[in-house]
Design a protein around this ligand. Structure first.
Ligand SMILES: [Zn+2]
Length: 243
């Protein structure tokens, strides 16, 4: 059976080119998991599916364009109302930061009892079960305060690896190793950024990445301006890939 990967948001923090914040919906026969849930994710989610079909969300790091949509998703599910648990996995501070953001947006967010359980799990290099998938998280080079990780997600017999936001380091070939699909950020085209990867640098390291397929995402304005020179498949908001 194939696994469906649908990009709900393929943009950077600045929503270059009108693209949404990071959110990737992975659907297998076992269930459905989101990889990241950026600030703009909820309208894209409700356009693509019934949010109650989402079993879990795995967050790469604690920047708003990757986890800022979680309070909106949880709020929407509160009033749906959802009854079964929602599993949320991510960096160590995910639970605390989620509560901070949710409280800032909706001060009465947690005043009433929730109709469903939020299950927070800290992701590590040892895989844990998160909804339909076995997920592990691996440190990558990005803004340290965001607790940055890449993800390896085993679901439906496939392995999907995802950088989140990451500059080039030896962590990336290890992250991509053996993946059926490697989803890799390419925020810039050729400009060096200590927190991000350029498409050109990714191309220089292509031979080090033992993944069957690579799709670039988190595209900034420079990447989009040079998109016809990119040597990788490019994510689009709403685009679906079978893995
Ligand atoms: Zn980002």
């Amino acid at each position: 059976m194939s696994v469906e990967v649908r990009f709900l948001g393929s943009g950077n923090a600045f929503a270059a080119g009108g693209r949404g914040h990071a959110c990737i919906m992975v659907t297998a026969t076992e269930g459905r998991i989101l990889l990241d849930c950026g600030g703009s994710a909820l309208p894209a989610i409700t356009a693509a599916c019934d949010p109650s079909t989402i079993d879990a969300v795995a967050i790469t790091h604690l920047h708003g364009d990757h986890f800022g949509g979680l309070p909106y998703l949880v709020l929407q599910q509160k009033y749906a109302p959802r009854s079964r648990p929602l599993a949320l996995g991510g960096p160590p501070s995910l639970g605390a930061r989620f509560l901070q953001v949710a409280d800032g947006l909706y001060p009465d967010f947690l005043d009433e009892p929730f109709p469903f359980e939020l299950e927070f799990t800290t992701l590590h290099e040892t895989p844990v079960r998160l909804g339909p998938a076995d997920v592990s998280a691996h440190p990558v080079t990005h803004v340290p305060a965001s607790e940055p990780h890449g993800l390896r997600v085993r679901v439906g017999g496939k392995l999907i690896a995802y950088t989140g936001d990451a500059a080039w380091s030896d962590a990336l070939p290890a992250l991509a190793d053996g993946a059926d699909l490697f989803i890799c950020e390419a925020t810039t085209y050729s400009t060096n950024d200590p927190a991000h990867l350029s498409a050109r640098e990714l191309a220089r390291h292509r031979d080090e990445l033992r993944a069957k397929r690579i799709i670039v995402t988190h595209l900034g304005s420079e990447s989009l301006a040079n998109r016809h020179d990119l040597v990788f498949d490019i994510a689009e908001d709403g685009a679906t890939f079978e893995v």
